[in-house]
Design a protein around this ligand. Structure first.
Ligand SMILES: C[S@@+](CC[C@H](N)C(=O)[O-])C[C@H]1O[C@@H](n2cnc3c(N)ncnc32)[C@H](O)[C@@H]1O
Length: 321
């Protein structure tokens, strides 16, 4: 007898862009002089699983440090949440939020916003199972676009607060950070995780680990394009690279072509020269002052910032001026 799948208790609002948008964004990115793809494309189901594996790596200090900051300051952060509905952008496996939910017993509504639909639904279902009081709502959407708040009845007439951990804000160019913060100002106060500037000796292995999980995560985007857009990337002819550009204050992640080759995608032929790179992600690092200046340009003022003892990572509480 085939087993019946239990219906998910999680309400899903699905604003996932259609496949044709993915196709045109990929074709556009691959026809630029510096080929590039939006980091959001890294997160299909497999990409989300690989990202979770990255979070467990000894080199990837970001996750454990941000979790430690949340643990050490749970009372203060929980107080900042007040009675708002908690809207987490790029919620992934919704692990960090658990620390806050344990401390903020007054919070009863959680909205996870993520582009990786199945992973998002599973994470919200797990939260509902573990926190009885909680209504967890899944919103599959691109958070760089205006948030579809008006289409979520649970958020009507309810104060909200935004939570954006994981240093995902570092994926945006500094000018984009300002427009992004202005867009998400609709949520009210924001709690944002920001990775701090530090030595390349710590930074580079975090993005290019000894086991090759970061490489598998980046190369998975080619597998996804092959599968969903019927392209013919030969993964053995590409390699992953990560480098800290100190002048720009960012990790530059890319996939380099190992030979001269042509990739086919729909009717397009995409030439790669040997050594040519396809940019997959930037991850900007900031000092506390640099990030607070950007936030102020976007109309926020810093209420508080929490940092770990080693000053690796920062968590900012921002309020609209
Ligand atoms: C770096 S991971 C962080 C996950 C988690 N918040 C954490 O701190 O560990 C980025 C998350 O954001 C999601 N994501 C990336 N770009 C997105 C976008 N443009 N819109 C919505 N979700 C996005 C990914 O699916 C992934 O779950």
């Amino acid at each position: 007898m085939p087993s019946q799948t239990k219906p998910s208790p999680v309400k899903l609002y699905d604003f996932h862009p259609p496949i044709e948008d993915f196709r045109s964004a990929v074709l556009r990115g691959l026809s630029l002089p510096q080929k590039m793809l939006s980091p959001q494309f890294l997160y299909d189901k497999r990409g989300s699983e690989l990202f979770d594996a990255i979070c467990q790596l000894p080199e990837y200090y970001l996750t454990r440090t941000e979790m430690q900051i949340l643990q050490d300051n749970a009372g203060e952060v929980a107080a900042a949440l007040d009675h708002s509905a908690l809207v987490e952008l790029g919620s992934g496996s919704s692990q960090k939020i658990r620390i806050l939910l344990k401390a903020a017993l007054q919070v009863t509504t959680y909205v996870g916003v993520d582009i990786s639909r199945q992973h998002l639904q599973e994470a919200c279902a797990a939260l509902m199972a573990d926190f009885e009081r909680l209504d967890a709502i899944a919103v599959c959407a691109d958070y760089t676009q205006p948030l579809p708040i008006a289409a979520i009845p649970e958020l009507q007439n309810h104060p909200t607060i935004g939570f954006f951990p994981g240093s995902s804000i570092g994926n945006l160019e500094p000018a984009e950070v300002i427009s992004f913060l202005k867009t998400v100002a609709v949520l009210g106060d924001l709690i944002v995780g920001v990775d701090l500037k530090k030595s390349p000796i710590i930074l580079e292995p975090a993005y290019d680990d000894a086991q090759g999980v970061s490489a598998a995560f980046a190369l998975n985007v080619l597998t996804r394009i092959n599968r969903e857009l019927e392209a013919d990337f030969d993964l053995s002819q590409f390699e992953y690279r990560a480098h800290y550009n100190e002048a720009q204050g960012r990790i530059e992640m890319a996939i380099a072509s190992l030979c001269d080759q042509t990739v086919h995608l729909s009717d397009a032929e995409i030439p790669f020269c040997k050594g040519e790179t396809l940019r997959t992600e930037h991850s900007y690092k900031y000092t506390i002052d640099e990030f607070q200046l950007l936030a102020m340009e976007a109309g926020f003022h810093p209420v508080q910032v929490w940092v770990d003892k080693q000053q690796l990572f920062s968590l900012h509480h921002l309020r609209q001026m």
